[in-house]
Unconditional design. Structure first.
Lengths: 258, 302, 289
């Protein structure tokens, strides 16, 4: 029964997104990537593989993250604003069911956008004679898990903040994740013991989006695929963290008068 | 028998946008028996929507009891037995009516072909045949209201909670809706609806609850209320004494006398007297009282 | 969502067109003049340009190191690893397991990132960095080092074709930076090394020296080195074309600006004559003792 509920809610989100032609915009962006990539051809195809792969993972990562943030942060506020939440919650579903279903919908939309962009990017790479390697598949899988985490974060923020504040905060957390992690690792040794405890706490609490980015290995030459236990860890981290974020969202949402 | 709705000393308090505490419902109590059709009336800001939201679990009561068929209001078990029509009809703009109903039906626990068949039937019943596959954003307000009515009837719920049910409907639509709701009542459903259309209340309800400023003002059975509002007049000639029956008499220009009664018994007594006497009965008129006037007078008095 | 992404799409379109034609650059990229060796405009746009171009400049090193991102070692680290403190040393930005407090999360980051130099350590073909230089010159046409380094990368193969492309690239750079010393100097070097075209070389070396003279009091380090180099090359051109008096003039002027220069005195030494088997390029008179 629960699975049907989640599927129904997710399907609603997906249909709305498809008919609103959001994914068309993604496809147009992907097409522009191809056009931009073709503009690089004047240096000759030889010797550009690293650059085009690097560009591909950067653009793919950035655009799909933006899609994830925008999709997840506006879902609930729009439901409340449009008053479509009333007939939903009048059904025998709990508010947690609603959150889970909506999150699944956001993840599906984000993954579809990512896969469309990835397909178009793969076409561009094929034009530069870049072969598809196993590390690239791992990159895609890890990235999709990371995008799922971005959706969960965006949804959580949207329960507590206005949509614009939620989107801004989510973008800061995702794009600023590398800076935060580097600051923690580089500052730890010289920090006082008390601050070191704070650093450890921050490391445990803050979502680590850098872990889901295999871009540097995928773009460069000769890096081996990551071990299976790493992918398993990422999956576990994603599931646990998403569960935690859902719990935080639910804590507020269940008490919210609508 | 378990009440369909039981509300006891319900209080709902909000914090306004400016941070002020607002008591939307203050100690409201009422019951609705299974199979009844009850109208929930009140001026704007009386607390009707807040009460309905508390019944649906959209807001948590500050205090008091709120139960549906003996189950806590807002619980999943209670919601399984409720069909709800929100005040402002808004449905996903990029879904079609059939997709909307299938979505809500699946959330209701309905499945597969049965669900689709029921959805198509309901859309036909509410007069949306031919528009099942148009996007909701392309439907008029009245058509969206019909979608809302259809979704509230999914799964044949035991209790229908309808907020401004006839909003956006044309007179034909209203008549069709009345017939539909009457049929549901005959099938055993309980109807609890709020409306500003007193004509609809008049035609549908067994009982009305009138609230103002979050408090119950009056609770009346419709039949005795309408009887009470009704008035009669008898026009006759001849010296027939009527002063013990009514003081409201008037001599008309043609010399005849018109006596007015609010009580049916007194009317019958007056008619008997005219028959037994030498007088001549010229006219008997029965007038329905104005529910609107009753509503306004009662609210103002409260 | 379309409202959000439309500006991005438009920016992407402009970028694509600008890359391809270079004609949009002047419109989308208002000139930020580098006057008297000033490094950047103080406006926000100028600072953004400088930051973005600076990021690309350092990113070329990441490309060359196959994705490895390094940072400068601290003094403590140099002492710890017993390295030469007078040199700059790099270390991966992700700490080793021993120094990482993050436990398994650190292990995972090391596993997913291009981190360990032992795993895939090699210098990538420098040609891989060419698009970065192209981007730098598009984003900031006044970044002279991007033109000269880019030309070097293009001409790594040192074939006629690569030299011709490198020269074309430098000419574009010179059009954007008519006052620079380094670009005409490098252009002249390519003319001499590949074609022994002393006529063309002389023209560009004179231009380089002229530009250097105008700004000699405030040349950045790279431009100053190019200024010095231009004198050396021009003296060499005059020597090889038998124009001894011009060679002496250039050498004197060069030594006036760079009294410690060791190459100019060697170039003009009369005892330096071509070996007996030396065949001069066509039209050049061999100088005899």
């Amino acid at each position: 029964m629960k699975v049907t509920v989640y599927k129904a809610l997710a399907r609603g989100v997906l249909l709305e997104s498809l008919r609103r032609k959001d994914l068309w915009v993604v496809a147009i962006l992907g097409f522009l990537i191809l056009v931009g990539a073709s503009a690089l051809g004047f240096f000759g195809v030889q010797g550009l593989q690293v650059f085009v792969k690097d560009l591909a993972v950067t653009v793919l990562g950035a655009f799909s993250t933006i899609v994830a943030v925008l999709t997840s942060t506006r879902m609930l506020p729009e439901e409340i604003k449009q008053r479509t939440l009333y007939p939903l919650l009048s059904r025998p579903i709990s508010r947690l069911d609603l959150l889970v279903g909506k999150l699944l919908g956001a993840i599906v939309v984000t993954w579809m956008s990512f896969l469309i962009l990835a397909a178009l990017t793969a076409l561009a790479l094929a034009g530069f004679q870049v072969a598809f390697e196993p590390i690239m598949l791992q990159y895609m899988i890890a990235k999709m898990m990371g995008l799922g985490l971005v959706c969960a974060l965006g949804l959580t923020f949207s329960v507590y903040m206005t949509p614009s504040a939620a989107a801004t905060s989510a973008l800061i957390f995702t794009f600023g994740s590398t800076i935060i992690v580097r600051a923690l690792t580089s500052g730890y040794e010289s920090a006082t013991p008390a601050m070191q405890v704070v650093f450890k706490l921050l490391n445990a609490i803050l979502p680590q989006f850098t872990l889901f980015d295999l871009g540097s290995r995928a773009a460069n030459v000769g890096w081996s695929p990551v071990p299976l236990w790493v992918m398993g860890f990422l999956l576990g981290y994603w599931v646990l963290y998403t569960g935690g974020l859902l719990a935080i969202s639910w804590a507020r949402f269940q008490k919210k008068a609508i | 028998m378990q009440e369909a709705i039981l509300v006891e000393d319900l209080r709902v308090r909000y914090r306004s946008k400016k941070g002020k505490l607002v008591d939307a419902v203050q100690g409201l109590s009422f019951r609705v028996e299974p199979g009844e059709v009850v109208g929930f009336l009140g001026p704007n800001g009386a607390g009707k929507s807040s009460t309905l939201k508390a019944l649906m679990g959209f807001v948590a009561p500050t205090s008091g009891t709120c139960e549906v068929f003996g189950l806590p209001a807002g619980s999943l078990e209670a919601k399984k037995r409720i069909g709800y029509l929100p005040e402002v009809a808004m449905y996903y703009p990029y879904l079609t009516p059939i997709e909307t109903l299938v979505l809500y039906g699946e959330l209701q626990g309905l499945r597969g072909r049965n669900l689709k068949e029921e959805a198509f039937q309901l859309l036909e019943v509410v007069g949306l045949r031919g528009s099942e596959r148009k996007l909701n954003k392309n439907l008029s307000k009245g058509m969206l209201q019909r979608v809302g009515i259809a979704q509230s009837l999914l799964g044949k719920p035991d209790l229908l909670i309808l907020d401004e049910v006839t909003s956006g409907l044309d007179p034909v639509g209203r008549k069709e809706l009345r017939l539909l709701l009457k049929e549901r009542q005959r099938e055993g459903a309980t109807l609890f609806f709020s409306s500003h259309e007193l004509a609809e209340v008049d035609m549908l309800c067994d009982r009305i609850l009138l609230i103002n400023k979050g408090r119950m003002v009056e609770e009346r059975e419709m039949a005795p209320l309408k009887d009470g509002l009704r008035n009669y007049s008898v026009t006759f000639t001849g010296p027939i004494p009527m002063h013990d029956l009514t003081q409201d008499m008037e001599t008309l220009p043609d010399g005849s006398i018109q006596a007015r009664f609010s009580d049916k018994q007194k009317l019958l007594s007056a008619l008997n007297r005219v028959n037994e006497s030498d007088g001549k009965l010229l006219d008997v008129v029965s007038r329905e009282g104005s529910l609107e006037e009753y509503f306004i007078q009662t609210i103002e008095a409260a | 969502m379309r409202a959000w992404l439309l500006p991005l799409a438009s920016a992407g379109a402009i970028a694509a067109v600008g890359w391809n034609t270079g004609e949009v650059a002047a419109i989308a990229n208002p000139p930020i003049r580098r006057v008297n060796g000033a490094d950047s405009d103080n406006s926000l746009a100028g600072q953004f340009q400088t930051s973005a171009v600076g990021h690309l400049w350092t990113y070329t090193e990441v490309y060359l190191q196959n994705g490895l991102k390094l940072r400068k070692m601290t003094g403590d680290e140099i002492r710890e690893y017993k390295l030469d403190p007078t040199q700059n040393h790099g270390i991966p930005i992700i700490p080793t397991r021993r120094k990482d407090f993050r436990g398994i999360m650190g292990d995972v980051e090391r596993a997913v990132t291009a981190w360990d130099p032992r795993q895939a350590s090699h210098r990538n073909d420098p040609k891989q960095t060419m698009p970065l230089f192209r981007l730098m010159t598009w984003m900031d046409p006044f970044f002279v080092e991007a033109w000269t380094s880019g030309a070097m990368i293009i001409n790594l193969g040192q074939t006629k074709e690569t030299t011709a492309r490198a020269k074309e690239f430098l000419l574009e750079g010179l059009r954007n930076n008519p006052d620079t010393v380094d670009i005409p100097n490098m252009y002249a070097m390519l003319c001499i090394r590949s074609d022994r075209d002393y006529t063309a070389a002389e023209k560009y070396l004179k231009l380089a020296i002229e530009n250097g003279r105008k700004r000699s009091d405030a040349l950045p380090e790279a431009e100053e080195l190019a200024f010095q180099s231009a004198y050396r090359w021009l003296a060499l051109v005059y020597r090889n074309t038998g124009q001894t008096s011009k060679m002496m003039e250039v050498a004197e002027e060069g030594l006036m600006h760079f009294p410690d220069d060791l190459v100019l005195p060697t170039t003009i030494r009369p005892s330096v004559a071509p070996p007996s088997g030396y065949k001069a390029p066509t039209g050049v008179k061999v100088r005899r003792k």
